[in-house]
Design a protein around this ligand. Sequence first.
Ligand code: ARG
Length: 270
Amino acid sequence: MKKKMAVKLAVLGLCAVVALAFTACGSSSSGNKNSKKTTKTYTVVTEPTFPPYDTTDKDGNLTGFDMDMVKAIAKDQGFKVKFKSMEFQSLIPAIQSGNADIIAAGMNVDKDRSKKVDFSNTYCDAGLVVMVKKDNATIKGEESLTKDMKVASQTGTSGATECKNLQKKGQIKQAVILDGFDTCIMQLQNGDVNAVIIDKPVAQNYMQKHSGKFKTVGKTLDAESYAMAVKKGNTALKKQLNDGLKNIVKNGKFQKICDKWGVGNKFASK
Ligand code: ARG
């Protein structure tokens, strides 16, 4: 009798263990289901001396038009983003090596870059301008830059290409190519360079912030529009960026971001 009881208890105990194991399995399998749903986090890279597109707040966090736009697209498309800062000329290599997923850096689409990365649809039109000190009376545009002059721009940018071309042509003394636009502006301020070649909306932003110190001269030089970039062949992510961009333009979020940063909306009906 005692023996039977013991067997029964043992069987019951075994059942309990088996039942527990099943529940555990059950919950872990539903855990798996949940983890399948976990949202992807993409690394977005930028160079932050390019306000209002790419800059830092007073705590050093990356902020700007590009960050807000990418965040809005990410929300729309159901992915997450984290931002990383690097030199402008390191952005494309970072995408190529897989160290980053998305460039959002006020970057123009251009032929050379298009061989290395895939661009999204464009989101902003901007040309280049010549920026000088407010009291400069001699420089009236790119054509009045002369052999004795130094002109600064940021390394790896379309402005830098323009500066180097001017030097190659022998029109200016030196193209001064610097890491950040903040240093270009500083050199202009100090009189180390005579002019800076820079994207028009960024020049306008600097002029507003340092009112009375700088002006732009001459006509705006044509440049391609801005787009985000992804690794060559990553059509899925490119599609998400394009779909998200389309949606935030449609639902007015894009306009809000333009207003916040004082940037023109290229999609606004004219
Ligand atoms: N639009 C210019 C280019 O594509 C300059 C971009 C600079 N951007 C930056 N985040 N510093 O070459």
